[in-house]
Design a binder for this molecule. Structure first.
Ligand SMILES: Cc1cc2nc3c(=O)[nH]c(=O)nc-3n(C[C@H](O)[C@H](O)[C@H](O)COP(=O)(O)OP(=O)(O)OC[C@H]3O[C@@H](n4cnc5c(N)ncnc54)[C@H](O)[C@@H]3O)c2cc1C
Length: 334
């Protein structure tokens, strides 16, 4: 075939430019890529195609009212046939429809150990006028919930050989039950000490579970601290930020876990940091009061209650005047 002819509509063969090699006209057509074209982030196509992430299903199989003050334990079985795997510290996000046509969603930490999957348990505090906690409290056995997950931060310690100091307020104890059961049944042999802060004696629950853990594993112990104890109460008296610091004789080699109220978590964390605990060794999970800004006076009071002084604390050194501040180099020539 004479590529140089007019036949075929290829047009006349162009003369090569002086000094340049001849390049034939392109005979390869570039087609658009197969499949849907990429669309920009805000494009309506994307919004239409957005999948509901709360697309998993679980059925309530047991409902236990644990206290008269509004704590319930719910047991679910996953019914969507998809894998359900998690680590202690993970949560499920639950979504529900409201009576006004809206929706609400909130995360809840799993209380049962991973070995119980695909069944799981939640410990829920009923918050008056809280849409999702009220929805969960009103469930009946056999009801099916919509959820996503499980997801979250694993609580399994990364360092081998550390002791665990678990500090919870209210339902924040839930993931600690999961963690303790999982680690201890797997042969974890370092001390696990749980400190649980509650308001009043009526809030007490899960004692059988905790007693069972303590009876089966001598390295597990727990103490409960009531901030409004009755006169007959023989446990710890006060908030965990008051009662726990004097009980810790040493801080080195320990991994701290703080779960529950954001105020306790932030103030305890700062106090621990000030007395030398590495931030990497303080695991936090805030259930509410997320934006709490620590009060320096409260942090100072918590710090002063710690008796342990086995870690290097820049704060204490500075307080004791052991730091000689560097003199600013004068720019002026003598
Ligand atoms: C990672 C994560 C895990 C969580 N796990 C659990 C869990 O295992 N069990 C559980 O009960 N809750 C848990 N929560 C809290 C839960 O997600 C909801 O915020 C809570 O149930 C209230 O939701 P609501 O829709 O009923 O009310 P909302 O309208 O969301 O909250 C109403 C008010 O109640 C406050 N509040 C929320 N929780 C509490 C509480 N426990 N005590 C006192 N006040 C509270 C909120 O700060 C808010 O001011 C978790 C939160 C997070 C972020």
């Amino acid at each position: 075939m004479d590529m140089g002819s007019d036949e075929g509509g290829a047009g006349p063969t162009p003369e090569p430019l002086p000094g340049r090699p001849y390049l034939p006209p392109p005979d390869i057509f570039v087609f658009p890529p197969r499949g849907p074209l990429p669309v920009s982030r805000g494009a309506p196509e994307r919004r239409l195609a957005r999948v509901n992430r709360y697309d998993r299903r679980a059925r309530l199989v047991a409902y236990e009212k644990l206290t008269t003050t509004g704590t319930i334990r719910l047991s679910f079985e996953v019914v969507d046939g998809l894998p359900f795997e998690f680590l202690p510290g993970y949560f499920v996000g639950i979504e529900a429809d409201l009576a006004d046509g809206g929706q609400c969603k909130s995360p809840y930490c799993i209380v049962s150990p991973p070995e119980a999957a695909p069944s799981f348990q939640l410990l829920v505090r009923l918050v008056p006028e809280g849409p999702l906690s009220c929805y969960l409290a009103a469930l009946s056995v056999g009801d099916v919930i919509r959820f996503r997950g499980p997801s979250g931060k694993s609580m399994i310690p990364k360092e081998i050989g550390t002791e665990l100091v678990l500090v919870a307020t209210g339902v924040g104890v839930g993931p600690f039950v999961s963690l303790s059961r999982h680690l201890l049944s797997g042969g974890f042999d370092r001390p696990v000490r749980l400190y649980w802060g509650l308001r009043q004696a009526e809030d007490l629950c899960l004692l059988d579970d905790l007693d069972d853990l303590a009876a089966s594993h001598e390295n597990f112990s727990y103490r409960i601290s009531l901030s409004q104890p009755p006169p007959t109460w023989t446990g710890l008296r006060g908030r965990v930020t008051e009662t726990v610091p004097p009980l810790l004789e040493t801080l080195a080699g320990k991994h701290f876990y703080l779960v529950g109220n954001g105020a306790m978590i932030e103030e305890m964390r700062l106090a621990l940091s000030d007395i030398g605990v590495d931030d990497q060794l303080i695991h936090r999970e805030t259930f509410f009061n997320v934006k709490h800004r620590a009060d320096p006076r409260v942090v100072g009071e918590i710090r002063s209650r710690f008796v342990a002084n086995d870690l290097f604390s820049p704060f204490r050194h500075q307080e004791a005047g052991l730091f000689i501040p560097k003199r600013k180099a004068s720019r002026q020539k003598p």
